[in-house]
Design a protein around this ligand. Structure first.
Ligand SMILES: Cc1cc2nc3c(=O)[nH]c(=O)nc-3n(C[C@H](O)[C@H](O)[C@H](O)COP(=O)(O)O)c2cc1C
Length: 373
């Protein structure tokens, strides 16, 4: 086979027991096709198609831990209970039969409402300080008991996922949901062990969650942690304004047991600290790798002209060049790249990229969100 610029995406990747045939990750995407929290055969088929389509690592949609108000939509899947776990067993078996690898993304939505449904859980929603955004009250502040139970529930979900045969586990710590509400000073006003004026102090809840997950899966199973500077409550918010602050945030999380940091951006090519290394400088995943030494995943508008926000605003996107991505991968700025919408709408995206069949790449239409193919 002659060499091609995209070969850099098709190098294998290995970390602990996780062995991937390429560097391409399917980003976690909530699909809301699991009535009563049970992923059915349609969900297994959806992930099977991406495994057959040569995705290196599939990360599931967010799937919630065993807490009364862990979800904000009745059709997102549970990762606890007999029926949902049987559904997930079918999913991982289908993915493995098709030669794929998969991690569930385990999640607690905190106090964030779902903009697409009026549904609310029976129990009050919970968060560090009873806030959903600065000065915006919603639900209740978590007690010590709530925190301990939540930490334990993350551990149980991780243990179940390993038991079912998943290849790694991802903890959702991004986008303004529960873990992120602890990181963010705008929503964490606690004066106890889990709050404080520094990001290091506000990371202690996540540290406990990671330790619980690590204890549940043992030393050799890869733990991925998803993080973002942005919040859906406010896209302009930043947790770490400097590399030093980023180290204060991330080093304790890696020390607690996170192996791979999944650094969520809306546009992967945007420099995290342009004042330091210029407009084409390291992105979030690049800096996270630099300050921690951990493996990282980048993400954000790969292969598409418009970003996530434009999709939720109803706009379509067209296929876009991968050149900037390939240059960054050549420099090993980060280890893996996650692709969201392009793979949501086209299970064959990876094989098309590999074979250079770019003329058959599809536009992304928001209508794709309404079906599970
Ligand atoms: C429909 C949809 C659902 C999403 N759900 C989740 C989710 O459950 N967990 C998560 O961490 N990110 C979620 N995201 C964000 C994606 O993982 C990804 O970061 C984002 O779409 C940017 O990647 P892209 O530009 O390649 O689509 C979702 C995105 C979309 C489009």
């Amino acid at each position: 086979m002659t060499s091609s610029p995209v070969d850099v995406l098709f190098r294998p990747f290995q970390l602990k027991t996780l062995n991937l045939k390429n560097r391409i990750v399917m980003a976690p995407m909530t699909r809301s096709f699991s009535p009563e929290g049970v992923p059915g055969a349609n969900v297994a088929d959806y992930y099977r198609r991406r495994a057959l389509g040569q995705v290196g690592l599939i990360i599931s949609e967010g799937t919630v831990i065993d807490r009364p108000s862990a979800r904000n939509d009745p059709n997102i899947p549970f990762f606890h209970g007999e029926e949902p776990l049987a559904g997930w067993k079918n999913v991982i078996e289908a993915v493995h039969e098709a030669g794929g690898k998969m991690a569930p993304q385990i999640w607690h939505t905190g106090s964030v409402p779902n903009p697409f449904t009026e549904w609310t859980p029976d129990s009050p929603v919970e968060s560090p300080s009873g806030l959903v955004a600065p000065e915006k009250q919603r639900g209740k502040a978590m007690t010590d008991e709530d925190i301990a139970d939540t930490v334990a529930a993350f551990g149980r979900a991780a243990a179940e996922s390993k038991q079912l045969g998943f290849d790694a586990v991802e903890i959702h710590g991004a986008h303004g949901y529960l873990l992120d509400q602890f990181f963010w000073d705008g929503t964490n006003q606690r004066s106890d062990h889990f709050g404080g004026s520094t990001i290091r102090e506000r990371s202690r809840f996540a540290v406990e969650v990671i330790k619980s997950v690590r204890a549940a899966v043992g030393p050799d199973h890869a733990i991925i942690l998803r993080l973002s500077q942005w919040k859906q409550q406010d896209y302009a918010v930043r947790i770490a304004h400097t590399p030093d602050e980023m180290a204060d945030w991330l080093v304790p999380l890696v020390d607690a047991g996170a192996d791979i940091l999944h650094c969520s951006q809306r546009r992967f090519w945007e420099a995290e600290y342009p004042q330091i290394d210029g407009e084409n400088g390291l992105n979030f995943a690049g800096w996270a790798k630099k300050v921690t030494g951990a493996a990282t995943i980048s993400v954000g508008s790969v292969g598409l002209s418009g970003d996530l926000l434009s999709t939720f605003g109803g706009e379509s996107s067209t296929p876009a060049s991968l050149d900037n991505l390939l240059e960054r991968m050549e420099r090993d700025e980060f280890d893996l790249i996650a692709i969201g919408r392009a793979i949501l709408s086209d299970p064959e995206w990876v094989t098309k990229i590999r074979s250079g069949n770019t003329s058959s790449l599809k536009d992304f239409s928001p209508a794709a969100l309404g079906e599970l193919y």
